[in-house]
Design a protein around this ligand. Structure first.
Ligand code: ATP
Length: 362
């Protein structure tokens, strides 16, 4: 069974801890993206799974077998790197066939496997060309073809699309996702591009400073971020995170002082467990409604900068207390610089975080 599991995996480089106590399980047919800012430990985690780096402690288990002491070759893993080294003197077909040499297949069998993979990756019409005679997108597909031509235990991808331009990246995301879905292997993809993670992954592991902060489906990490870091990292434009004082809670409403204003905000009962002092409230820019009248559940702010984004408009507004709030409204809603806004947060989409930065949820 193709599965990947890491248990309490730690990597020290001297006294520096690059990855700490990482736990993750990837099932057969599942794609998990490791996502996080530069230096958070994504590549180190991937390299420990591949056997290119030895874990300082913890277990790396592939297809149910502990692999800590095994070399990369013995782990039967297929890797696709950002810089895919193609053999320039071999044709596309010969490049795909290279990993099969160790398997000592008959020529007929090898040809059959190459043709099958070439069809999956839409390379069957360019098999006789040389690598310098194919496009960047085809080169990327060739790198994936070489990885899937064997029957590996699982797949590891390290920033596979970062060299491609935006449009090609978009189409390749879909194509690779489709291919992976048909292969029933456990796959880990490292990326720092949240769009790539949100579109390609079944689940996302979000890392920061060597720690896995949250593992969840794209919907879960967006709609139910576990803490302030995940809340601020996922979603564009970024979630508004505002410090507030919790005054009271009752009937599903929290009375808070936020941006210098006393406001009632819809909240779940778990909010009553928070200490009244400094809490953090998170509201996504699309989770406001701009209404005519000031009310007990609206936040007052003044539009300062208007950024048209096509179908929507991003408004940078300033509260009386001087805080910034980002609001996204439909394009049809005309807002002028200097206009006073009454912003009503959607009670179902308001996030409360305690002093420790962790979300409180019912
Ligand atoms: P990026 O997105 O920039 O590739 P990353 O999340 O993949 O970043 P890693 O490459 O895993 O990060 O590195 C994690 C931390 O470990 C970084 O601070 C890095 O400088 C450090 N590091 C990585 N390899 C070594 C090494 N061989 N020796 C010492 N420190 C290292």
């Amino acid at each position: 069974m193709s599965t990947i599991e890491i248990r309490k995996v730690t990597k020290q480089f001297g006294s520096f801890t690059a990855v700490k106590d990482a736990d993750l399980k990837v099932d057969a047919g599942e794609v998990v993206c490791l996502l996080g800012p530069s230096g958070c430990g994504k590549t180190t985690t991937l390299r420990m799974i591949a056997g290119l780096e030895r874990a300082t402690s913890g277990d790396v288990i592939i297809a149910g077998q502990r692999m800590n002491e095994l070399s990369p070759q013995k782990r039967n893993i297929a890797m696709v790197f950002q810089f895919y080294a193609l053999y320039p003197a071999l044709t596309v077909g010969q490049n795909i066939a290279m990993p099969l040499h160790a398997e000592r297949l008959s020529k007929a069998e090898a040809d059959q496997r190459v043709m099958k993979v070439a069809r999956i990756m839409h390379l069957d019409t360019v098999l006789d060309r040389m690598p310098n005679q194919i496009s960047e997108g085809e080169k990327q597909r060739l790198a994936v073809a070489r990885a899937i031509v064997r029957d590996p235990n699982c797949f590891l991808f390290d920033e596979p699309l970062s060299r491609l331009d935006v449009e090609l990246r978009h189409s390749m995301r879909g194509q690779i996702k489709e291919v992976l879905q048909g292969l029933s292997k456990a796959t880990v993809i490292v990326t720092h591009d949240q769009l790539e993670a949100l579109t390609m992954a079944n689940r996302i592991a979000i890392m920061k400073d060597g720690l896995i902060e949250q593992v969840g489906t794209p919907h879960e990490v967006f709609a139910k971020p576990a803490n302030v870091f995940v809340a601020s990292f996922i979603g564009t434009p970024q979630m508004n995170l505002v410090e507030a004082d919790l005054r009271s809670f009752g009937n599903g409403m929290a009375r808070v002082v936020l941006a210098g204003q006393e406001v009632e905000i819809g909240a779940n009962a778990a909010v009553s467990t928070l200490k009244p002092s400094k809490i953090m409230i998170g509201i996504r820019p699309r989770a406001f409604t701009a209404v005519q009248e000031k009310a007990s559940d609206t936040i007052g702010a003044q539009a300062e900068l208007i950024e048209p984004m096509g179908a929507e408009t991003l408004i940078h507004a300033r509260t009386a207390a001087g805080g910034d709030i980002r609001v996204v409204v439909p394009r049809e809603k005309r807002v002028k610089v200097g206009e006073a806004l009454n912003l009503r947060p959607d009670p179902g989409q308001t996030h409360f975080f305690g002093e420790d930065g962790k979300a409180v949820r019912a």
